[in-house]
Design a protein around this ligand. Structure first.
Ligand SMILES: [Zn+2]
Length: 256
């Protein structure tokens, strides 16, 4: 029990620190900046940040969300990404324990967090994340057997082919970035996971989109990035696949 708690604590701290690095990725990858140089600085006044400024979450609270040097507001995204990384890693640990499945889940959720916030911010899903993600997902499936490598291959190529077709037919309504993201989801979660992500993601995207239009946050013709919804659907499948497969089997047996 003590060991379990120590493990959880370590994962939480490691998640917060790595989440802080994900913030650097989210800001710099779409701007094609180096991840290593220069060291972290305030995006407003460019003052280099000290170790104290870089303590995840706590520095944000301690500084009341403002830069120590120029008092500019720090985006809420920084503590949110750090907390989200730690919380999702802990949930994956509680579900899978020390296993290759945990490693696969943690890597997938991490890539999902980075892609979600880049897509929300810049409306792009960078190939430098999704394409290596496909390879890493397939390798982990090959090593762990969860999902079976054939399911992962069908998910990766089938998912990409389906959304490229939709992108082609919709003349830019949906981008190639979403197709490569669905390939990554298929590689990590198999074709079953890619199908669930597509269905849950489309449903959630339609509801949130209508809600935002009704609340006049966006206009009817404004583009809504689809990537975060695909990742949300994939996350639901990752944690609740047993329920989803049972529910689907119940529906099918009810129909037949
Ligand atoms: Zn500043």
């Amino acid at each position: 029990m003590a060991l379990d708690l120590a493990g959880l604590f370590l994962i939480a701290v490691f998640g917060l620190v790595v989440g802080s690095f994900f913030n650097v990725c989210i800001y710099r990858i779409p701007r094609k900046e180096s991840l290593a140089w220069p060291s972290s600085h305030c995006p407003t006044c460019s003052h280099p940040l000290s170790t104290l400024d870089l303590i995840p979450v706590f520095s944000f609270i301690f500084l009341r969300g403002r830069c120590r040097y120029c008092k500019a507001h720090i985006s809420w995204r920084y503590p949110v990404v750090e907390l989200l990384t730690a919380v999702l890693w802990i949930l994956a640990w509680l579900k899978f324990g020390l296993s290759l499945e945990f490693l696969s889940a943690a890597v997938f959720l991490s890539l999902g967090i980075i892609i979600t916030f880049i897509d929300l911010d810049q409306q792009i899903i960078p190939d430098v994340i999704s394409l290596p993600g496909v390879i890493i997902g397939l390798l982990l499936a090959l090593l762990s057997g969860r999902p079976p490598i054939t399911d992962a291959l069908i998910g990766a190529f089938g998912g990409a082919a389906l959304l490229f077709l939709v992108a082609f037919l919709s003349h830019g309504g949906m981008g190639g970035g979403d197709a490569k993201l669905l390939a990554m989801i298929g590689a990590f979660l198999g074709w079953q996971g890619a199908a669930a992500a597509l269905m849950i993601g489309s449903f959630a995207g339609a509801i949130i989109g209508l809600l935002l239009i009704a609340l006049k946050v966006i206009k009817r013709r404004d583009p809504v990035p689809f990537g975060p919804f695909l990742i949300f659907g994939a996350g639901i499948y990752l944690f609740f696949s047993e329920f989803i497969i049972d529910f689907y089997a119940m529906l099918v047996s009810g129909w037949l």
